[in-house]
Ligand binder design. Structure first.
Ligand SMILES: Nc1ncnc2c1ncn2[C@@H]1O[C@H](COP(=O)(O)OP(=O)(O)OP(=O)(O)O)[C@@H](O)[C@H]1O
Length: 216
């Protein structure tokens, strides 16, 4: 039996999709305040690993122990284009206020204030009222991070959060994730295609090869 300890611990994770093993015996540890980058060729299993850690995919075998239910920043932001940045962030509070109140946008005042605070944390003061489809790619990515922050999880997973961004904006988003990890003592596990960015912004780099994890 694994003991709960601060941060994120994954042991011997096997995931099979469509009858094919996609992750094989993956084990890793991420400490609070640490940023770990996950690299690997397309199809090596990065998204599958993040989704399995987040509990969105069942594992055949293995354990995931985290100090909190992980919040996942999805690939391609997954924002609602017709909702404002603020309402997109408020989706992060769904677990606390329930689906129907959220669907009717009956957000408690405290949650609206918290959403504004999260927007401020990601450098989007004053943009809360702007619709998702009127934000730039970098701004949308920041909204997606703010939404994950509003979940108030100590474990933040991000799936290629800078894939569609220009180099300068990508650096800004990764610097933000690193600062949040340090300031809030968050566990941050982020999949990245760019080794240069991983080397600059992550404390450690792990590489997935064919569903198996190697220390890069
Ligand atoms: N629902 C599914 N059913 C069957 N196979 C799947 C499913 N989802 C993903 N796969 C397969 O699992 C493998 C890993 O996919 P995954 O999306 O985790 O890779 P990735 O490393 O994130 O790739 P990319 O860098 O292109 O996003 C791939 O071979 C993919 O085809």
């Amino acid at each position: 039996m694994l003991q709960a300890r601060p941060g994120l611990v994954v042991r011997g994770l096997d995931v099979t999709l469509g009858g094919r093993p996609v992750l094989r015996g993956v084990s890793l540890d991420v400490a609070p305040g640490e940023v770990v980058a996950l690299a690997g060729l397309s199809g090596s299993g990065k998204t599958t690993l993040l989704r399995a850690i987040a509990g969105l995919l069942p594992a055949e075998r293995g354990d995931v122990i985290a100090t909190a239910r992980p919040a996942l920043v999805f690939q391609q932001h997954a924002l609602a284009s017709r909702l404002t940045a603020r309402d997109n962030v408020l989706v992060g509070a769904l677990g606390r206020i329930g689906f129907w109140r959220a669907a009717l946008r009956l957000w408690p005042r405290a949650e609206v204030a918290a959403a504004e605070a999260c927007l401020e944390q990601v450098g989007l003061v004053g943009l809360g009222g702007r619709r998702g489809d009127r934000l730039s790619g970098g701004q949308r990515q920041r909204v997606a991070i703010a939404r994950a922050l509003l979940q108030r999880s100590a474990v933040l997973l991000a799936d290629e959060p800078v894939a569609s961004l220009d180099p300068e904006t990508a650096e800004g988003v990764l610097a933000l994730l690193r600062d949040l990890a340090r300031r809030e003592r968050l566990v941050v596990l982020v999949s990245l295609h760019q080794p240069d960015l991983a080397a600059r912004f992550a404390d450690r780099l792990l590489r997935l090869e064919d569903g198996c994890l190697r220390t890069a």
